[in-house]
Write a protein that binds this ligand. Sequence first.
Ligand code: GLU
Length: 493
Amino acid sequence: MSQVRVRIAPSPTGEPHIGTAYTALVNIAFAKQHGGQFIIRVEDTDTSRTVADAEAKIYESLRWLGMEWAEGPDVGGPYGPYRQTERRAIYDTHIAELMGKGHAFKCFCTPERLDTMRALQRKKGQSPKYDGHCLKLTADEVAAKEAAGEPHVIRMKIPTEGECTWEDGVYGKVTIPWADVDMQVLVKSDGMPTYHLAHMVDDHLMKISHVLRGEEWISSTPKHIKLFEYFGWDAPKYVHLPVLRNLDRTKLSKRKSPTSISWFERQGYLPEAVVNFLGNFYVKSVEGDEEVMDVAEFYKKFDLTAVSKAGPVFDLAKLDWFNGRWLREKLSEDEYVARVAGWAAHTVREGLKMARTRMVRFTDLPDWMGFLLKGDLKLTKESFAGLKTDEAKNAAILYHAHKAVDAIGAWEAPAIWDAIKGLEGTLGLKARDITGPLYVAITGAAQGLPLTDSMALMGRAMCRDRLRKARDLFDWQPFETKTKMEEEHGDNA
Ligand code: GLU
């Protein structure tokens, strides 16, 4: 076998997701076992979703977990650039090649036409799919539309008959009829390539031998295999990884579970325990004590066939078990003390500064600052009973505040305050009433250290988690926002 080269290809669209760490770990283990290389490529062509510091946070989070990569945007390498927005010219050449060979075509259909087409297909009980309208345009018609400045996308051609079959590294033989595959948009109307084109061109040019990625890409794989064929290249071997699941078996989503890697750090999990927990899904027949292993041992035991195809269940109770074992058994006493003290140091220092105007004796510290160091505040509905706002208002405030967390740009006190002020209109309430239930949700009491400063110090992931837990105490949500899609599919990693 030629050299094994694998990659993760995260999109910098938000806080680094635990699913990215899971995919990275499996890729790294695979590379280690085969004496191969693991690289990072940043897929940022969807510029409308790019978040400013998200890329740096991905590196920070993966490094916290002890991960390393041979090549990537931050470390360079022979196949760069490793950031897709810096590779535009490469994609332009390749799309020209596909057009030249007649494997792709310009599509001038308006969003309105596509909407009507899809609505009609749904009405007939068919799954929505491009109907090939623009395939019928003559060269002259295309030229005339272009001359008239009509916007267009570029789509790939898809066979009209037969099926696509490949041998997947986890799922075995997978067969998808071409009739179920859409004529994928490869280039958007602004000229930006989509993921489908960009990633496969990059996988080829970066000499990726195996693509280990989430199972949600299985239905797109026929398009990717066909594109490799169109270019006359060998496709990599596909290995789809069952996605992590919530306890209720839905796809792990931040609406139901904490998913951001920084949450695990702020909760006081050891990175070694997180890695052990994630890796354990790929280890066969170990039980009890044997499950606690360091990463070097995991690389030896790593086995792709061990994973449950139904999806590993992300059970925090199990992670707690790993963490406890690691604290007690894997760290020396000095290491243990140093790790916990190191974790608390920054929060205590900053918390003390905030508490200075309120502290009288040092022994006041746990009362003023305990919430900053706690994991779960163990609140009940009664915790909110003494507020000026009634139950319905508390419920609405917590629901909307939880939703607002992700829209806040830089996680700093003034921006958090702006977001709270921004809820005044939505809720028809004054900010001073809105802060009541927020104080309780975040600090556990109706008053205490400054709210937004505390939130800034705790970090977005911890605040989202506390607001989610408080929100869940009240069974309330506005009718129109409860979509089944959201419930079933969660957020995309
Ligand atoms: N950018 C894609 C994602 O974030 C990568 C998928 C792949 O690994 O091919 O999900």
